[in-house]
Design a protein around this ligand. Structure first.
Ligand SMILES: [Zn+2]
Length: 388
């Protein structure tokens, strides 16, 4: 058991100074001040005095290349797997892994194994079946069977549209994937979503608009990501959020003068637009390759996404004057709702004890995952199996 004293709690809503008793991976009790514990309990309870530091729900990163992504400019550009502490030291307590451009040399089997390894190391981890291309790569031979029979798989993605690296999927192919995800979601209670990678192409979100207009599939099934990569695309995404989709902003680096919005600016614009505040999330694309292409489709430069981009975006939002409770849902309660992870993304009695203590600068001071301390004083106290 762990007793956190004098935490200034943002659940995400502000709850003021609280004490929290954690046990069995859950928040057991939360209140103004806990009187002395019975002697038998006190003997087995570690106490951490947070001295008024801010306590927030652990961040949920809904788009992570846990196996490493890339491979767009030769085999030497395949990014290695992301080790545990790259997430934990960044305040990320839950990840959703996925495959991207390379869904040939990489497989759903490897993805599920990598997610299972992260779970053994203490992280909350799920994944999507498929990858950029159609027909999608799967573990069992069908998207529906993958989602119904493999507990760790929550949806299908990231299926690429409006991108030169996509399979140029047809409208019917996109509808079929969304329907399979939706039906599997009904059967299992899982999220059952189609997570769509958006490229720079001028077709933008055409396919999704058409699907909402012409099919019976609920809007919530369509979950476009990278929507801030082009300003016109972002305006399209806001309209889809009004129609019931949850849209995902990527915290990638944006250069001055680029036709894109950084994650912080995108969230500010989204919230200012009056679109439903619960239908926007921010993910890191950690482990993914962030290539730039020339007019011939050749890679001219590349970078690798990092989970640290989430707290960096949050610091930028707070620096711009946004209240912590306004910024937090896009990183916590909104992805939990989309992913149907009902015990996550919030601080409440009975919720999972996935918690981050922020230091004065807004970095992760202490990180707790299902009641276990992973980071203390900004340093990892638990490491992945092969991290020295
Ligand atoms: Zn992508």
């Amino acid at each position: 058991m762990l007793l956190l004293r004098n935490a200034v709690v943002f659940a995400p809503e502000p709850l003021g100074v609280q004490d929290l008793l954690l046990g069995g991976g859950k928040v057991l009790w939360l209140g103004r001040s806990l009187d002395a514990l019975p002697a038998a309990l006190a003997a087995t309870t570690e106490v951490i005095d947070l001295e008024g530091r801010r306590l927030i729900p652990g961040l949920i990163d809904g788009h992570v290349h846990v196996t490493g992504g890339g491979g767009e400019a030769g085999f030497s550009t395949r990014v290695p797997p992301v080790p545990l502490t790259r997430f934990t030291t960044a305040g990320v307590t839950t990840v959703v892994g996925l495959l991207g451009t390379d869904d040939v040399a990489r497989s759903t089997r490897d993805l599920v194994a990598t997610v299972s390894a992260l779970r053994e190391e203490g992280l909350n981890a799920w994944a999507y079946t498929g990858g950029y291309h159609v027909p999608p790569t799967t573990l069992t031979g069908s998207v529906r069977a993958d989602l119904v029979f493999i507990e760790a798989l929550l949806g299908v993605g990231e299926v690429a549209i409006s991108d030169h690296r996509s399979s140029q999927p047809t409208f019917d192919e996109i509808l079929r994937l969304a329907a399979d995800a939706h039906v599997a979601g009904l059967m299992t209670g899982k999220a059952g979503i189609l997570h769509l990678h958006l490229g720079d192409g001028p077709r933008g979100l055409d396919l999704v608009r058409r699907a909402l207009a012409e099919s019976e599939i609920p809007a919530r099934v369509f979950n476009p990501t990278h929507v801030n990569r082009r300003r016109g695309l972002f305006d399209e995404a806001i309209e889809l959020a009004r129609a019931g989709c949850t849209v995902d902003i990527t915290a990638f680096p944006v250069e001055e003068g680029e036709d894109a919005y950084g994650a912080a600016e995108a969230l500010q614009r989204y919230l200012a637009s009056g679109a439903p505040p619960e239908r926007v999330t921010i993910s890191s694309d950690a482990g993914g390759c962030l290539p730039c292409f020339d007019a011939d489709g050749r890679v001219c430069s590349m970078d690798v996404g990092s989970a640290g981009a989430l707290l960096a975006s949050m610091r930028e939002l707070l620096g711009a004057g946004m209240a912590l409770e306004t910024a937090l849902p896009a990183f916590t309660s909104n992805p939990a709702r989309l992913l149907r992870l009902s015990d996550k993304g919030k601080i409440a009695v009975g919720a999972d004890a996935d918690l981050v203590v922020l230091d004065a600068t807004g970095s992760a001071d202490t990180v707790i995952i299902r009641g276990a301390v992973h980071v203390r004083g900004g340093r990892a106290v638990r490491r992945g199996t092969f991290e020295s």
